[in-house]
Design a protein around this ligand. Structure first.
Ligand code: UTP
Length: 284
């Protein structure tokens, strides 16, 4: 089976870099113009044909559940008024998508957050979107591009990668790649086999400049591997370490996506994204 039915959104993190704003408001609810980061992510999943959203949430993030639910009082207030159109996009999402939630008990890293999502995913291949990596493209969305690639490699995990400057390799999981024998023509120079990956390497130990960004397609095998993956020095379970186990079996593909990514988990990236979308809307 090659269809992907569910998209996992690990959004339990503390958002420390945005304190004090993240004390009571989840980072994922910060808007780029009027739309929360998580809504951008959900729209990307829908654009890839995925309607079931599985959200790994945490304490203090109830606003997320309210956002993707009906708000009867507001609906009634705005019905048949000139302001009703403001609710159009979110109404469409609520109608089309399902949302299920589980809470990560302790924030023990992205790997642990993905393990926590197992109860919502079950035994099937699934997509992962980290909404603080906001992606945009004039053609197919990044996740839609990846689901197409998945059809050719249903037994492999896929990670989206992009080149980052030398001084930034230490912020990411970095991959070493080689070409895939007989890769389809349209994927030449875009899809590669991952042979090694290192989380937050020094420039010296970094195998390349290709950084993993917040889009993944994961086979259910990842859950077994995550269970056996040991925490790093900070006590966090890294998805990169688990993926490395699968890469050793030749089961991880790196995909150089078409489009642009904004690191909205950092204040600078958030401002850059806001300016980009404001310009695109003719607001500045
Ligand atoms: P980040 O490290 O970018 O997010 O994790 P953060 O921890 O919220 O932010 P800072 O570093 O404290 O500023 C990447 C993604 O993984 C999720 C985060 O919510 C974010 O979407 N995550 C991280 C979890 O869901 N659980 C965790 O234990 C860690």
């Amino acid at each position: 089976m090659t269809t992907i039915n569910k998209c996992l959104f690990p959004v339990a993190g503390y958002g420390t870099r945005f304190l004090p704003a993240t004390k009571a408001i989840p980072k994922e609810m910060f808007p780029i113009l009027t739309k929360p980061l998580l809504q951008h992510g959900v729209e990307e999943a829908l654009s890839a044909g995925i309607v079931n959203m599985a959200i790994v949430t945490g304490r203090g993030k109830r606003a997320i559940e309210d956002h993707f639910d009906n708000a009867f009082e507001l609906e009634a207030q705005l019905k048949n008024t000139p302001n009703e159109h403001y609710l159009k996009d979110i109404r469409h999402i609520i109608e089309k998508a399902t949302f299920s939630y589980v809470r990560q008990k302790k924030m023990l890293g992205l790997g642990d957050a993905i393990s926590t999502g197992k109860t919502l995913i079950g035994n099937e291949t699934f997509a992962v979107i980290l909404p603080d990596d906001l992606c945009t493209n004039s053609g197919d969305s990044v996740l839609a591009q990846m689901t197409l690639l998945h059809k050719d490699y249903p037994d492999c995990c896929i990670v989206a990668v992009e080149e980052v400057p030398n001084e930034e390799v230490g912020k990411y999981g970095i991959v070493e790649i080689e070409s895939i024998p007989n890769v389809t023509k349209s994927m030449q120079n875009l899809a590669f086999k991952v042979t090694n990956m290192i989380e937050k390497p020094t420039l010296k130990e970094s195998p390349s400049n290709l950084a993993i960004i917040g889009r993944y397609i994961l086979t259910p095998e990842i859950f077994e591997v995550l269970e056996k993956t040991k925490p790093d020095n900070n006590g966090e379970i890294q998805i990169t370490d688990a993926l490395m186990t699968l890469a050793k079996k030749g089961k991880v593909i790196a995909y150089k996506f078409q489009g642009r990514r904004f690191d909205c988990g950092s204040v600078k990236g958030f401002v850059v994204a806001t300016n980009y979308f404001a310009k695109a809307e003719g607001l500045i």
